[in-house]
Design a protein around this ligand. Structure first.
Ligand SMILES: [Zn+2]
Length: 700
């Protein structure tokens, strides 16, 4: 590992963050250097600090410590992510015999200089009790690879000698802060502390000194591992996958997603569902396909922090039989849940404590031939778990080649998983109504489709947008990603009239998110002609997209929903035209009428699966600048002619013919989709007009 410190960049930070002062500016710089290397820290892991002064409102300069605040990641930290605290006071806390985590948080918060700052790191006192100006802490892969083994302490001693102090595992908090200060004082010449099975602290009088020491110590560990690896043995390939992981992943994901959905007992919100991040890099495949797979996988995490994201253990299928995988998965999930509950009961009994039991579902599932399947309440949570587990695989593979892997005992992992500060947060955040749910919208680059996708995202769903037009699809996805975050949506090009393309769409959805719960057939075209002038080809083209397309999407959607076994929704975008058809619009009106009937029959067939099928009947939805309506651009001039008006009068014409004299927008259709998808009423087989009130189209 190379030091990335550059005097020029450092000067740039000092200039950029002039207002925060040189110390904080340089603290931001080297914190970001550490944060940018995923083999040092990931996703909010690690923390850093700098000691200096704060000038209070009376003009007094008081000793201060600026330490990483929670909610900030080191790679993107800025001065507001380093709240300042009263260092003189914090140092006095060391005299106490004990301090609960709750009281520690209270002491930290009440001794901040800016009450609006983020909560300082739970390792703040550790930083405060050390005398050095700069302190850097990481969970470096290489340090975990040498300390997560039975002889870890001996290796650390041999490797670093007098350069570092060794600290046995203690959970982060007041006690760890005291133990670390003692370890430092036992040998004040050390450049850092290795916390066994936790990570590395380095310190120095300048930002560069502390950072360079950190990199040097990690490099020593890396070099030792590389040398030992040459002498050791690599993983032994065992599972010989007869097909592509892509195929297996699409087969496994929806079944697994159904098994991992938590039944709530509430009829209007019957399941809490999870979202998938699937990975199958060569490194992951070598691990899951190895003879040593089970033995290595069924060991604890690299550092206790990870347990919050990945749970202590993954679920594995040791020897998959893809002809019988559904049953194997069901058994494995049952077994995992039983073991998890046993673990909870066992530790609570041992420690004689009370805790709120967390859900008993795995977050990491490993299957030979398939790879790594990480699950989370959101795509982002799943991605974070997958990132952490990729490093876990790398380190466990490395330890296997150079010795024996040993994680912390389960009781220590439990303390972090069931930490009182985390328990206090339970039930406080109110999830969005469609959190954990996945929707598919076809024709999603158009005016209605893109608005429906956006409404679903706003309600908390993850959305797969599908369209035939790759370019417009990408533009729509980019715009939604910029507004709502990149994890909220993915785009998949699909021709709904092509059976293979539709099957491929659903396979891709399974690989991208694990499955789907809300299916919105929406892709449509129109053609305005008197019946005598309607060419057979044109008639068939409209039928093909609007009817066959809906049929294929609903058929494949029904199969997917059945494989998950957790109910779901189809919300079919129909038309006001079914109830009140217009002249010279035969193909469109007939296709939409047939689609309505398709929806009603589907409602009858799928009710026993817990799937509701409803129809939305909008009147003309015109596009806007950002989402032009391809359909209206095409048929608008002819429809205007059919109504005996100019094209530019058309939108007003539609507005003026409804009772509310209102313009119907894509957003209105999106609201209606969310209304059905959130089970606001026990309704299936129904049609909801979104048309401003058209008497001739009243459903009857
Ligand atoms: Zn740590």
């Amino acid at each position: 590992m190379k030091s990335r410190y550059s005097d020029e960049d450092a000067a740039g930070y000092v200039e950029k963050f002039r207002d925060a002062g040189e110390d904080v500016a340089l603290r931001v710089y080297t914190s970001q250097l550490i944060g940018r290397d995923a083999s040092l820290v990931m996703h909010g892991g690690g923390n850093t600090s700098v000691k200096g002064h704060w000038t209070n409102i009376l003009g007094e300069r008081v000793p201060a410590i600026f330490v990483k605040g929670s909610g900030w990641n080191l790679d993107t930290i800025q001065p507001p992510g380093l709240p300042g605290l009263d260092l003189h006071y914090l140092k006095k806390l060391r005299e106490l015999d004990a301090l609960t985590d709750e009281e520690m948080v209270n002491q930290l918060r009440t001794h901040m200089f800016d009450a609006s700052g983020p909560n300082p790191s739970v390792e703040t006192l550790l930083h405060a009790f050390l005398p050095h100006k700069f302190v850097d802490h990481s969970h470096a892969d290489a340090i975990l690879a040498i300390t997560n083994r039975p002889d870890g302490e001996a290796i650390v001693k041999e490797l670093f000698g007098e350069r570092i102090g060794i600290v046995r595992y203690v959970m982060p908090g007041f006690e760890l802060a005291k133990v670390c200060a003692d370890a430092y004082e036992a040998n004040p010449n050390v450049e850092g502390l290795v916390l066994l099975k936790h990570g590395l602290f380095s310190f120095g009088e300048t930002a560069q000194e502390s950072y360079d020491r950190h990199i040097e110590l990690v490099t020593l560990a890396e070099n030792w591992l590389a040398a030992e690896r040459k002498k050791g043995s690599e993983l032994t390939p065992q599972f010989d996958a007869p097909a592509e992981p892509r195929m297996f992943a699409a087969q496994v994901a929806p079944v697994l997603r159904g098994l991992l959905a938590e039944a709530t007992g509430e009829p209007d919100a019957p399941y809490k569902r999870m979202v998938l991040e699937w990975r199958h890099t060569p490194e992951i495949m070598d691990f899951v396909n190895a003879a040593e797979f089970s033995k290595l996988a069924l060991t604890g995490p690299l550092t206790p922090d990870h347990v919050i994201r990945t749970k202590a253990l993954p679920m594995i299928i040791a020897e998959p039989d893809f002809g019988n995988i559904e049953e194997q998965l069901a058994e494995a999930v049952t077994e995992y849940r039983r073991d998890y509950n046993d673990y909870f009961d066992r530790i609570v009994e041992q420690k004689k404590i009370e805790r709120t039991r967390l859900d008993d579902f795995p977050r990491i599932v490993l299957i030979p031939g398939v790879g790594l399947m990480a699950w989370g309440e959101t795509k982002k949570a799943a991605r974070i778990a997958a990132d952490i587990y990729e490093h876990t695989i790398r380190v466990k593979t490395l330890v296997h080649a150079t010795g024996e892997y040993e994680a912390l005992p389960e009781a220590d992992l439990f303390d972090v998983e069931y930490w009182s500060l985390e328990q206090a947060k339970l039930g406080k955040a109110k999830p969005k109504p469609l959190q954990g749910q996945i929707a598919i919208v076809t024709g999603a680059a158009g005016a209605i489709g893109s608005a429906v996708a956006e409404s679903l995202i706003q309600a908390g769903a993850h959305v797969v947008l599908s369209d035939l037009d790759a370019e417009r699809l990408e533009e729509t996805c980019d715009a939604l990603g910029e507004k709502h975050g990149k994890d909220t949506r993915r785009g998949v090009v699909c021709d709904v009239t092509d059976e293979h393309s539709v099957v491929a769409l659903f396979d891709e959805v399974a690989r991208l998110f694990g499955g789907a719960d809300i299916i919105v057939p929406n892709a449509g075209i129109a053609m305005s002609r008197p019946i005598e002038e309607l060419e057979t080809d044109d008639w068939q083209r409209v039928m093909n997209v609007n009817l066959n397309g809906y049929f294929l999407v609903m058929r494949e959607g029904a199969k997917l929903l059945r494989r998950q076994g957790t109910g779901g929704h189809m919300v079919v975008i129909g038309s006001k035209n079914v109830m009140a058809p217009g002249a010279e619009f035969a193909a469109y009106s007939a296709s939409k009428a047939a689609a309505h009937q398709l929806a009603k029959v589907s409602a009858m067939e799928l009710a026993k699966e817990g799937v509701r099928v409803n129809v939305i009947a909008p009147d003309a939805v015109f596009g806007n600048d950002r989402n032009p309506s391809g359909l209206w651009d095409e048929v608008g001039p002819d429809r205007a002619k059919a109504h005996g008006i100019e094209f530019k009068q058309l939108e007003d014409h539609y507005r003026n013919r409804n009772l509310l004299r209102t313009r119907v927008t894509g957003k209105h259709v999106g609201n209606a989709v969310v209304f059905f998808a959130t089970n606001q009423t026990p309704t299936t087989g129904a049609t909801l007009p979104v048309d401003g009130g058209i008497v001739g189209a009243f459903p009857r």
